[in-house]
Design a protein around this ligand. Structure first.
Ligand SMILES: Cc1ncc(COP(=O)(O)O)c(C=O)c1O
Length: 433
């Protein structure tokens, strides 16, 4: 089944705001940008205990106007200025000399990006495929495994369509069965989630596919325990890490999934339309590529899975600067900072009369997504007022199922941006929109 109308409306509802980010001063004159306080220069060394001054330095490496509070990381993140400048450099260099030699040189960037991705996830470059996005990685799994009549795949009802509708579409074609685990009313705790999924297993289960963090509730799932459960029951695991790679300091060596997917244009703040697909070396023989062509990667599984013909090598090479920018700050620190900002939101929202949260009150059970219902206010009107009157970008979820406003802060946000957003929400809750 392709994406349904309902899925599509749901995705659009999370589309965010638009015009407030346009600004002719951002048309590409880097000197003007630097005069406005932005900087592509290397960050100062990360202090032992980073303060708001340091995070302000981080903020100045992102081109979002400084009076805009951007809390839409779960949808799409800005690339850092070092990544943008690297992309532009690679592109200009290649377009002035589009020779095979220049291309071969540029493609070295792809291998460097692979090495950095492997290091970030604590795995080997032989297990990394550079894809377009999480959607592609998820579909590589559902299309690439040998599944048929009698086989069962467990999915979670809160999975993204690329890990939900994709499975049911292929189930119809190949004859396997999809078993859907329902969304609990609230986060049942890590063991509660393990029990919920455990009940869905049968001797016919071949795959367990779930989101590491739900983009609809912000719930963080116990990925390591769920992967262990799948392994014990003789099934493969697919962890959709779209909402954790680049924000949580994921250690796939410890998590031990068979497959893990992510998008570099989300939390990793890399170039657009780049993703990562991890394939555990123990299952390389079990998955078949969906696209067969030339220009595969240089090592391991990328030789079979990256033969996608001509690609945008300049932007792939820019992945390197994007990853170095985050890696230079430190992935554990980025996790700590983003979670602290989400907690600042969650705590502040809990103090505002009339607000209820769809996200767990326990900080350990969420990452950096907070979704709340603004009492009787229409979330769409609140989202629009925040965008147009207060220059705050949040995402709005309409409909009957967990409608509300989603705030997804990241390491480029400041405490001051969070506080003024809370103040604005409190004002609207008191006076209406
Ligand atoms: C859990 C999850 N998986 C997959 C995706 C799709 O990501 P992309 O559009 O980058 O493929 C999203 C997007 O929000 C998501 O939240």
């Amino acid at each position: 089944m392709p994406v349904t109308r309902r899925d599509f409306t749901r995705l659009l509802a999370f589309g965010g705001s638009s015009a407030l980010l346009s600004n002719s001063a951002f048309a590409g004159d880097s000197r003007a940008l630097y005069e406005m306080g932005f900087s592509g220069a290397p960050l100062p060394p990360t202090p032992q205990a980073p303060d708001e001054k340091f995070w302000g330095e981080v903020r100045s490496r992102f081109l979002i106007p400084q009076d805009v509070g951007f809390f839409n990381a779960a949808n799409l993140c800005p690339a850092s200025l070092p990544a943008i400048e690297a992309h532009e450099r690679h592109l200009r260099k290649y377009e002035t000399n589009p020779s095979p030699d220049a291309r071969t040189e540029l493609m070295k960037g792809r291998e460097e990006a692979r090495t950095l991705l492997a290091a970030a996830l604590r795995v080997t470059p032989e297990e990394i495929v550079i894809t377009r996005n999480t959607t592609e990685g998820n579909n590589f799994v559902s299309s690439g495994l040998q599944l048929g009549p009698g086989d069962e795949v467990i999915v979670w009802a809160d999975n993204h369509p690329s890990n939900l509708g994709a499975w049911t579409t292929k189930a119809r074609r190949f004859g396997f069965t999809v078993v859907t685990v329902p969304v609990p009313a609230s986060h049942p705790g890590p063991q509660g989630y393990v029990d919920l999924f455990a009940r869905a297993f049968t001797p016919r289960t071949k795959v367990l596919a779930f989101s590491h963090v739900s983009s609809n509730s912000g719930d963080l799932l116990p990925a390591r325990e769920l992967c262990a459960l799948a392994r014990e029951r003789g099934a493969l695991s697919l962890v959709d890490g779209a909402q954790t790679f680049g924000v949580l300091d994921n250690d796939l060596g410890a998590m031990q999934p068979d497959f893990f997917t992510g998008s570099l244009h989300k939390w990793p703040c890399g170039p657009k339309e780049k993703g990562v697909f991890y394939v555990n070396k123990t299952v390389h023989e079990k998955i078949h590529p969906s696209v067969i062509g030339v220009y595969g990667g240089a090592v391991g599984i990328s030789r079979q899975f990256e033969g996608e013909g001509q690609r945008d090598d300049a932007s792939i090479a820019a992945v390197v600067e994007g990853l170095k920018f985050q890696g230079g700050i430190g992935r554990a620190l980025i996790e700590q900072r983003s979670r602290a900002l989400a907690t600042r939101f969650q705590t502040g929202l809990a103090r505002i009369a009339g607000i209820t949260s769809h996200t767990s009150a326990d900080a350990a059970q969420r990452a950096a997504i907070v979704i709340f219902r603004p009492g009787d206010l229409d979330p769409r009107k609140l989202g629009a007022a925040l965008a147009t009157k207060r220059r705050v970008v949040a995402t709005v979820r309409g409909g009957q199922d967990r409608s509300g406003v989603r705030l997804s802060p990241h390491f480029y946000n400041t405490n001051a941006e969070v506080d003024r957003t809370l103040e604005a929400i409190e004002g609207y809750m008191k006076s209406g929109v």
